[in-house]
Design a protein around this ligand. Structure first.
Ligand SMILES: C[S@@+](CC[C@H](N)C(=O)[O-])C[C@H]1O[C@@H](n2cnc3c(N)ncnc32)[C@H](O)[C@@H]1O
Ligand code: SF4
Length: 383
């Protein structure tokens, strides 16, 4: 049973579940909106959801906020402002807190972005995916390469100085040169952060039932090697499997997930994890997935499912996340974020060190290059 003397850092995730059009590869909880977003009703539901969860996090400070989707940039700046003002009045937000919002280049207007910035959003994550019109079309995106470039210009003009660009690779029919060209165009725009994801074909998507022809594994591997070099040469340090940042610009919110921090979840289909020092429990919970059901449920009934993690699950989930990080984990963060004794993992860590999969550093352990290559095998040692 965990015993928390100091609780893990606490983040906040808010899910806004609508998009103009569902992309054929996407398995996120996103829904095409038919006519008119029920913005007011949804924002009221988020606020009710927050108020009912407050006792679970009483007295704790929030270290980061992430408004994800779906396409949060579909919401009006007035709604986003109302959400952020409510957070300010109800929660203890850490000084200089990172507040990220996801934006789709097909939903960009200058005035709206100015207003998002004025509302308190200070980090923008733009879903570029590719700078090729042909690939964007194959991905079913609503934007063009020109709009992708424009989105970054508009964001900068609005005042955003902390920008992430999401790109995907291994796209239908994509050559190595085309994949590298996408990266080069992203680098030229000089964002603080680039997320470079390999396209995965997820169950329950159109791409799963009608699979496109994606590049051979060897080509994807080669693209990944050359792309990582491009990014490193341009000053983007890889700190997680898909995350690359200029110095000092790692995503604080995602880092907290990967370090097995806590996160409060608001919104349809959002998922949270909260540790408690009184009971020693680590609880995961999921909010109702369907936006309509989420909005209509009473404040205390918006959670569809929850589970208290067993010690073995906590250890495994900590490793599942922390070993994705290039810097690995410190023993101090293991103790703080799991509430468990380091003696529980000592033997497995030492064995993985002697097998060349982990290396010991001053503070703790990190995957070696070999360990990073065989990450699943390494993580499974802790199951
Ligand atoms: C939750 S999406 C939100 C971003 C925003 N809705 C958009 O698409 O513009 C976050 C990112 O995950 C990535 N992503 C989504 N589905 C993926 C898949 N099947 N394989 C790889 N990356 C994916 C995309 O790069 C996407 O921008
Ligand atoms: S815009 Fe983003 S969240 Fe919406 S369907 Fe496409 S990938 Fe998914």
């Amino acid at each position: 049973m965990p015993d928390f003397t100091t609780l893990p850092p606490l983040s906040l995730y808010i899910h806004l579940p609508w998009c103009v059009k569902k992309c054929p590869y996407c398995d996120f909880n996103s829904h095409t909106y038919k006519s008119g977003l029920p913005e007011d009703e949804y924002v009221d539901a988020l606020i009710a959801d927050l108020e009912v969860q407050l006792p679970d996090i009483w007295g704790r400070s929030i270290v980061s906020v992430f408004i994800g989707g779906g396409t949060p940039s579909l919401f009006s700046a007035a709604s986003i402002s109302k959400i952020i003002n409510t957070l300010r009045s109800h929660l203890n937000l850490a000084p200089h807190i990172e507040i990220t919002m996801e934006a789709n280049p097909g939903t960009v207007e200058q005035q709206k972005f100015n207003d998002f910035f004025a509302a308190g959003i200070n980090r923008l994550s733009i879903g570029i995916q590719s700078f090729s019109d042909e690939k964007l079309k194959a991905l079913g995106r609503i934007h063009t390469a020109g709009e992708a470039h424009n989105a970054v210009a508009v964001a900068r003009k609005a005042g955003f100085e902390n920008i992430n660009l999401d790109l995907m690779f291994g796209l239908p029919g994509q050559s190595i040169a085309e994949g590298l060209d996408d990266l080069k165009q992203a680098i030229e725009l000089s964002p603080q952060h680039i997320s470079w994801y390999q396209l995965t074909i997820e169950p329950n998507t159109v791409f799963y039932s009608q699979p496109p022809t994606v590049p051979e594994d060897d080509d994807v591997w080669e693209l990944q090697q050359q792309g990582q070099k491009l990014l490193a040469d341009a000053g983007y340090q890889q700190y997680e499997v898909s995350a690359y940042a200029k110095a000092g610009h790692q995503c604080q919110h995602n880092l907290n997930y990967w370090e097995f921090g806590d996160y409060l979840a608001l919104g349809a289909g959002a998922h949270g994890k909260i540790s408690r020092s009184d009971s020693g429990e680590v609880k995961r919970y999921w909010q109702l997935r369907q936006p309509k059901a989420y909005m209509q449920a009473e404040a205390a009934e918006k959670t569809s499912d929850s589970e208290v993690l067993e010690t073995e699950q906590i250890v495994f989930e900590f490793m599942l996340n922390a070993l994705r990080l290039k810097q690995g984990f410190s023993i101090a963060s293991f103790i703080q974020n799991t509430g468990l004794s380091a003696a529980l993992i000592a033997g497995t860590c030492e064995q993985a060190v002697s097998d060349g999969l982990l290396e010991k550093n001053e503070a703790g352990f990190a995957a070696t290059e070999r360990g990073y290559l065989f990450l699943n095998d390494l993580i499974n040692r802790f199951s």
